[in-house]
Design a protein around this ligand. Structure first.
Ligand SMILES: Nc1ncnc2c1ncn2[C@@H]1O[C@H](COP(=O)(O)OS(=O)(=O)O)[C@@H](OP(=O)(O)O)[C@H]1O
Length: 515
């Protein structure tokens, strides 16, 4: 799919994104102080009534007795996300995550260290220096982490905690999101091997440390020995267990048949000493009314939240998602794009005939009814090719929960042609994350944050679908046949989007040309 759009000038931002005023800057961290815990939970051995027994999606025990008890303001507390990229899948959200990791991590913001070959040097800027004073009050971004069962941990783009995933993480409690209090050094952009350890010792250590993180009270803040709900026990005998899959490398390399595996965590700090934004780039939240409500009700102050929303020509977005799930990953067993898209368009129409393609009616709906409609007709999950491309209704729903100033809307097509300087400054102005001309010069030298000069080839299922593969060729043919129907299906919703955001926020034949 070639996009022949004019490149933007150095500091040019799309007209719809230009602002004279930015939302109030957020300082500090979105710390979570814990929740009162029933006294029965304090006993080292739990004897829970049946009504209290709850399992997390990873199979671990959870519930009230597995949550964080209240923490004082002077103690460390977990930091929950304040910055979201809640939409939309297949709009280069991964590329933006990588750009923001290059531009806004503490290694860059606090110490202005350049990258080499796309990575910060080992032990670039010690986490002991990530506090307000060492970082000169500059606000940076810190994603949560996830660890693999084989040991390595790294930044996690999509948390899926608030909803729209296949497991009900939110219902399993905040502990599932913030995890145990693991050392801040795990949040570095590189998990570097200490020089005194051999490769084998390092591999063994990384798996062994899970044991402490999961059971020891100085990490879990639960009675000693009680497993933290963001851990699970992976077993060679149950290799495909949902939410806790085994990996043979653990047996082959370390000779183990069972490991306690710690999965996800957010950074923990003493709140008053830090100034950073934690992030969640799960791109499925916007069309999930329950995810948006969960984000709202669990925020310290909902007005502090910021949302960067990426949208792409709806036809191309749907095609990209379908290529991934049907042609490549085989999650979707339907191989005919035409059959699938036609069915999804019909389902959407039949879901509520009265509201179908009626922007003026949708606008006049009271909040509750609009939210009920979104809940019923938009699932916000993967493989919802058509409804995940009806951006305007989801955005209308989100604007009834959060204020307009909390959103930055960007078209994928513009993101792909913006220069690093314009993009990074735009994001910094909107989020309060720090940048300056030295950092921007470095980013340019590293080809970071400029899509046309991307160092790494994007993971593309539509480009690889150009291969002489008969399924892919058929899909392209079917998409061409279906194009007029798709264009007229999306037109009223795209027009509604232009009304909600800006007249220049639209798409046309030039953005979904198949050549
Ligand atoms: N630099 C650059 N240039 C051109 N295109 C790019 C770039 N970065 C990401 N992309 C395209 O974005 C699509 C992937 O989007 P996401 O990362 O949001 O996908 S996902 O939802 O996280 O799976 C995917 O689109 P398709 O190729 O159409 O599938 C990527 O090719």
């Amino acid at each position: 799919m070639s996009l022949r759009l004019r490149a933007l000038r150095e500091d040019e931002v799309p007209r719809y994104a230009a602002r004279h005023e930015w939302p109030p800057q957020v300082h500090g961290v979105n710390s979570y102080p814990g929740t009162p815990i029933p006294s029965m939970c304090e006993r080292p051995t739990l004897q829970l009534p049946r009504s209290e027994r709850q399992a997390a999606p990873n199979g671990a025990k959870t519930g009230r007795c597995f949550q964080l008890p209240p923490r004082a303001a002077t103690q460390t507390q977990p930091v929950l996300p304040t910055l979201f990229v809640p939409g939309f899948p297949k709009s280069a959200t991964t590329w933006l995550f990588e750009c923001m990791r290059a531009a806004f991590l503490p290694e860059r913001v606090c110490s202005a260290l350049p990258m080499r070959n796309g990575r910060f040097p080992k032990r670039a800027f010690a986490p002991q220096l990530w506090n307000r004073s060492s970082c000169r009050g500059r606000r940076y971004m810190l994603p949560g982490i996830a660890c693999a069962v084989t040991g390595p941990c790294g930044h996690r783009k999509e948390l899926f905690f608030y909803g729209s995933g296949f497991g009900k993480l939110f219902e399993a409690g905040a502990a599932m999101l913030h995890g145990p209090e693991v050392p801040l050094e795990l949040f570095q952009s590189r998990d570097a091997r200490p020089e005194n350890l051999t490769i084998f010792e390092w591999e063994a250590y990384r798996v062994k440390r899970f044991e402490s993180f999961c059971y020891r009270s100085n990490f879990t803040h639960l009675p000693d020995g009680r497993m933290h709900p963001s851990c699970c026990i992976a077993r060679a005998s149950q290799p495909r267990k949902f939410g806790c899959r085994w990996h043979e490398t653990v047996r082959i390399r370390l000779g183990l048949n069972e490991v306690t595996w710690f999965q996800t965590a957010m950074p923990w700090v003493v709140p008053s000493a830090y100034n950073f934004a934690s992030v969640d780039f799960t791109p499925n939240y916007l069309c999930s009314q329950s995810a948006l409500n969960n984000i709202f009700k669990s925020a310290r102050d909902p007005s502090e939240l910021r949302f960067i929303v990426l949208m792409r020509d709806p036809v191309m977005r749907a095609y990209s998602e379908w290529s991934m799930f049907s042609l490549h990953w085989r999650w979707d067993h339907q191989r005919s794009l035409m059959t699938k898209f036609s069915q999804k368009m019909r389902d959407f129409k039949d879901c509520n005939l009265t509201l179908y393609e009626k922007p003026e009616l949708l606008r006049s709906l009271p909040d509750r009814e609009l939210h009920r409609y979104i809940k019923k007709c938009f699932r916000g999950t993967a493989m919802e090719y058509i409804s995940n491309s009806i951006y305007s209704v989801c955005i209308m729903g989100a604007l009834r929960v959060f204020k307009r100033e909390q959103f930055l809307f960007l078209r994928f097509e513009d993101l792909m042609r913006m220069k690093a300087s314009a993009l990074v400054r735009l994001i910094a102005n909107f989020t309060g994350l720090y940048t300056d001309s030295t950092i921007i010069t470095q980013l340019r030298g590293e080809d970071a944050c400029e899509a046309r000069r991307a160092r790494r080839k994007p993971l593309s299922f539509t480009i690889s679908s150009k291969d002489n593969n008969s399924e892919a060729a058929l899909a392209r043919q079917e998409l061409t046949t279906l194009m007029p129907e798709l264009e007229s299906f999306f037109a009223p919703y795209n027009n509604m989007l232009a009304e909600l955001i800006h007249p220049a926020f639209n798409w046309g034949a030039d953005t979904h040309r198949l050549d």
